[in-house]
Ligand binder design. Structure first.
Ligand SMILES: NC(=O)c1ccc[n+]([C@@H]2O[C@H](COP(=O)([O-])OP(=O)(O)OC[C@H]3O[C@@H](n4cnc5c(N)ncnc54)[C@H](OP(=O)(O)O)[C@@H]3O)[C@@H](O)[C@H]2O)c1
Length: 321
C-alpha cells in the first residue's frame, strides 16, 4: 500500500480523502460495530476502495440495513456479515471462527464497536459492561483471528480508543468494579485505556511477524454512542470538554471521525512499527495529565509492563469461560 502524502491529513480529513490513492482490491477487512456510526462509515470507505469487508455487529436487522446503505452508494461492494455480541464471550469466539471459515486472509481487523457510560451492569459472563464489551469481548474475538492476519506489513489491527482514556487507568486488581463504587465515566475511561494497552501488547506479540497494532481516538462525533448518558453525565462531560478546550471544541462529521481509523489501517508510516495512539490522522504524543488541551495519550495507557499485565489478567478471566 502506498501513502501519497501522510503529513497532509489532519482533523478535517475524511475517510475518502485519506483513502483516495489507496487500492484495497484483494484485501479483506473485518469491522466490529459496523451496523452504525463510525463503524458503518469505516466499512463503507474500505469497501469503496475495493476491500472485501466483513461487517460484524449484534443486530441482524441493523447489519442488513448497513449492507443496504453501503450498496446504495457502492453497488459492487464485496460485503458479508457476521453476528457478534461483544458482551458474550461465546458469541465472540463463534463469530471469529465463522470469519476463519469464510475468508482465507485477513488484512485489516478494525475493533471499533463500543458502549459508553452504561449504567452499572454485567455482561452475560459477569464482567462489568464497559470493560466486558469494549475490551474483553474484543480480546476474545481477536485472539482466534491473530493467525489469520497478513504477515507482510499490510496486516493491521486498529482498536478504537478515546480521549476518554484520560478519565481512568485500568485497575488490574479490580477490572470489574467488584471492590469499589462504580462510576460510568471511570468505567468508560478504563475500558478505553484497556484498548490502548491491548494495542501495545498486540504490537509486541505480532509486530515481529509483520502485523501492526494501533489505537485510535476518532475525535468528538455525534453518533449513538451517547445513548446511555443521563443529563448529569452529559453535564459532566460538557464541563470537562469546556475545561480542556477553552477556545471551543470542534465536532467532527462521521467521515472525519472515521478517517483516523482508515488512515492508521493503511498508512505506510506504520508498515514497520506500531503500538501507538493516533488522533487527527497523526501519531499522538505522550502527554502529562496536567498539560493543557485534550490531545495526546497519557503514559499509563502506553506502559508496556501494564500492557503485558492487562493481557495476562484478561487471559485468566477469559480462560475461565
Ligand atoms: N463518537 C465519538 O465521539 C467517539 C469518541 C471517542 C471514541 N469513540 C469510539 O468509537 C467507537 C465507535 O463509536 P460510535 O461513535 O460509532 O458509536 P455508536 O454509533 O454507538 O456505534 C457503536 C457500534 O458498536 C456496536 N455495539 C455496541 N455494543 C455491542 C455489543 N455488545 N456487541 C457488538 N456490537 C456492539 C453498536 O451496535 P448496536 O447499535 O446494536 O448497539 C454499534 O454498531 C467506540 O469504540 C467509541 O468508544 C467515539
Amino acid at each position: 500500500m502506498t501513502d501519497p502524502n501522510p503529513s497532509f491529513f489532519d482533523a478535517a480529513s475524511t475517510t475518502d480523502e485519506v483513502l483516495i490513492d489507496i487500492d484495497l482490491n484483494g484485501r479483506v477487512a473485518a469491522v466490529t460495530g459496523a451496523s452504525g456510526g463510525l463503524g458503518l462509515e469505516t466499512a463503507r470507505s474500505l469497501a469503496a476502495r475495493g476491500a472485501s469487508v466483513v461487517l460484524a455487529a449484534r443486530s441482524e436487522d441493523k447489519l442488513n440495513a448497513a449492507v443496504q446503505t453501503i450498496r446504495a452508494r457502492h453497488p459492487d461492494a464485496a460485503l458479508s456479515t457476521v453476528m457478534l455480541d461483544l458482551a458474550d464471550v461465546t458469541s465472540c469466539r463463534r463469530a471469529a471462527f465463522e470469519v476463519l471459515s469464510s475468508v482465507d486472509r485477513l488484512d485489516l481487523l478494525i475493533n471499533n464497536a463500543g458502549v459508553m457510560c452504561t449504567p452499572f451492569g454485567r455482561t452475560i459472563n459477569g464482567f462489568e459492561t464497559q470493560i466486558g464489551t469494549n475490551h474483553l469481548g474484543h480480546m476474545a474475538w481477536t485472539i482466534p483471528l491473530m493467525d489469520l492476519l497478513t504477515q507482510d506489513g499490510g496486516g493491521r489491527i486498529v482498536n478504537l480508543s478515546s480521549a476518554g482514556h484520560r478519565f481512568s487507568d485500568v485497575d488490574l486488581d479490580d477490572l470489574d468494579f467488584e471492590r469499589r463504587p462504580y462510576d460510568p465515566w471511570s468505567g468508560y475511561g478504563a475500558s478505553k485505556t484497556a484498548n490502548v494497552l491491548f494495542s501495545v501488547e498486540l504490537e509486541r506479540r505480532l509486530g515481529p511477524l509483520g502485523v501492526r497494532a494501533l489505537a485510535v481516538h476518532p475525535g468528538g462525533i455525534h453518533t449513538d454512542l451517547g445513548r446511555h448518558m443521563t443529563p448529569d453525565l452529559l453535564a459532566e462531560i460538557q464541563e470537562r470538554i469546556a475545561q480542556s478546550n477553552p477556545t471551543g471544541f470542534d465536532w467532527k462529521s462521521i467521515p472525519q471521525g472515521a478517517a483516523t481509523t482508515v488512515w492508521a489501517a493503511t498508512t505506510s508510516i506504520f508498515a514497520d512499527r506500531g503500538g501507538v495512539y493516533c488522533e487527527d490522522c497523526h501519531e499522538a504524543p505522550v502527554v502529562d495529565i496536567d498539560d493543557a488541551g485534550s490531545g495526546g495519550v497519557l503514559a499509563y495507557a502506553v506502559d508496556p509492563d501494564r500492557a503485558a499485565a492487562l493481557w495476562d489478567r484478561s487471559m485468566t478471566l477469559l480462560a475461565a469461560i
